[in-house]
Design a protein around this ligand. Structure first.
Ligand code: GTQ
Length: 344
C-alpha cells in the first residue's frame, strides 16, 4: 500500500504547464481525495434543526411570500459541512420544511426526483398524487415518487407544516433534475389506497383480479406505525422496536433511493447501532433525548430533525419515550451493491 503519493509541486513547471494546456492532470496527487484508505471521508457534518427555532421563520415566510410567488414555500435544511444555502442535508438527501396556510394550494408539477413528506404540524393538509388525495395527519408519511404529478392543498384552519425529503442531490449530480408544471388535478372520489386496497397489513388485492401499480400505497398513516411499534417494543424479539416502510406488494423499499425506518425508544433506553455506510436524517415525531453523532451531543425534542454522515458513530438515549423516523439512502446503496455495516 503506497502511503506517500507524489505531489503536483514536485513536478517541473514546464511539465505542469504542458499538462494544463493539454487539458490533463496527474491522478496521483489527487488519488486519495477520491479514494481515501478504508472508509469515505465525508464532507457532510452532523446537523440539528430545532423545530422551535425554524417554526417562527417558516410562519414569517407565510406572511412575506405568498405561495403563488414561491411555488413551494420551503426553508431548506442545509448541511453544516457545506454551509448555508446548500441544497442538501447529507450527500444524497435534501430536507426542507414546507408551510401551507389554510385555503392555499401549491400548484401541480412532476419532477424526476422522488419526495416524501412527514407531517410535522397541523391538520387538513393533503397532497394529490396522480389523482389520489392523500390526507396528511401529524406523523403520516406520504410518498410522491419521481415522475408522478402532485399538488398540495389545505382545507383546515391552522397552518400545516411538513418535512420534505427528496433524493434531489443525486438528480442534480446526475444532471437529471427537472420539473414539468401542470394544472391542479381532478381527485378521484374515494379514500386513498391505505384505506382501501391495503387497509390491512398482510392482505393485498388478489393477483387474479388486480395488476399492482409500481407505487401501490402512497400514504402510511402514523397511527398504525405507532401502534405497531408499541406492540413490537412490548413483545418483539430484539432490544429495539424498528420498522421499515415497505411497498405492500413487493415488500421492498418504498422508493428507489430513499428508505424510511420508524423507531421507538422507551424512556431511558440507549441504543448504539453499528456504523452504517448509509447517510441518515432523524426526524423526531414525539419525545426527547440525546444522540451522539461522532462524539457530538445533539439534544433533541419533539419535531426536531438531525443528521448523520456516512459511517457515523451514532448512539441515542431517550429521555422520555420517543418515536423517530430515520430517513436514509440504504436502498440506493443496496442497488449499487455497497451497503455495509461495521461493528463498533
Ligand atoms: O412539494 O413538490 O421541498 O418540488 C422541494 C421541491 C418540495 C414539492 C420541496 C419540491 C417540493
Amino acid at each position: 500500500m503506497s502511503e506517500q503519493l507524489g505531489t503536483l509541486e514536485e513536478l517541473p513547471q514546464d511539465y505542469r504547464d504542458g499538462m494544463a494546456k493539454a487539458g490533463v492532470a496527474p491522478l496521483w496527487p489527487m488519488m486519495r481525495n477520491v479514494l481515501p484508505h478504508g472508509a469515505p471521508n465525508p464532507q457532510t457534518k452532523a446537523g440539528h434543526w430545532s423545530f422551535d427555532a425554524v417554526r417562527p421563520l417558516l410562519l414569517r415566510a407565510g406572511e412575506l411570500t405568498p405561495v403563488e410567488k414561491a411555488e413551494r414555500r420551503v426553508l431548506v435544511l442545509s448541511d453544516p459541512g457545506r454551509g448555508t444555502g446548500a441544497m442538501q442535508a447529507t450527500s444524497s438527501i435534501y430536507l426542507g420544511l414546507q408551510l401551507l396556510l389554510p385555503g392555499e394550494s401549491a400548484p401541480a408539477h412532476k419532477h424526476t426526483p422522488s419526495a416524501v413528506r412527514i407531517v410535522v404540524e397541523g391538520e387538513g393538509g393533503f397532497t394529490v398524487v396522480d389523482g389520489e388525495k392523500l390526507p396528511m395527519l401529524p406523523g403520516d408519511l406520504v410518498l410522491t415518487p419521481g415522475g408522478e404529478w402532485h399538488d398540495h392543498g389545505h382545507e383546515g384552519s391552522e397552518p400545516v407544516i411538513w418535512l420534505d425529503a427528496l433524493d434531489l442531490p443525486l438528480f442534480v449530480y446526475l444532471e437529471g433534475s427537472y420539473a414539468i408544471e401542470g394544472e391542479l388535478q381532478a381527485q378521484r372520489n374515494r379514500p386513498d389506497a391505505s384505506d382501501v386496497e391495503y387497509l390491512a397489513s398482510g392482505l393485498a388485492p388478489s393477483r387474479s383480479t388486480a395488476r399492482a401499480r409500481r407505487y401501490p400505497m402512497m400514504r402510511y398513516p402514523w397511527a398504525r406505525t405507532e401502534a405497531a411499534l408499541r406492540e413490537m417494543a412490548e413483545y418483539g424479539e430484539g432490544p429495539l422496536a424498528e420498522l421499515d416502510y415497505v411497498n405492500p406488494e413487493t415488500g421492498e423499499d418504498v422508493l428507489p433511493t430513499m428508505g424510511f425506518t420508524a423507531m421507538m425508544l422507551k424512556a431511558g433506553q440507549v441504543v448504539s447501532p453499528p456504523l452504517r455506510s448509509a447517510s441518515a436524517a432523524f426526524h423526531v415525531v414525539k419525545g426527547s433525548g440525546v444522540s451522539r453523532v461522532n462524539g457530538e451531543a445533539i439534544t433533541w425534542g419533539p419535531k426536531d430533525t438531525f443528521t448523520a454522515p456516512v459511517f457515523a458513530d451514532i448512539s441515542h438515549e431517550a429521555g422520555e419515550e420517543a418515536f423517530l423516523v430515520r430517513i436514509h439512502d440504504r436502498p440506493l446503496q443496496d442497488k449499487l451493491g455497497y451497503y455495509e455495516e461495521r461493528a463498533k
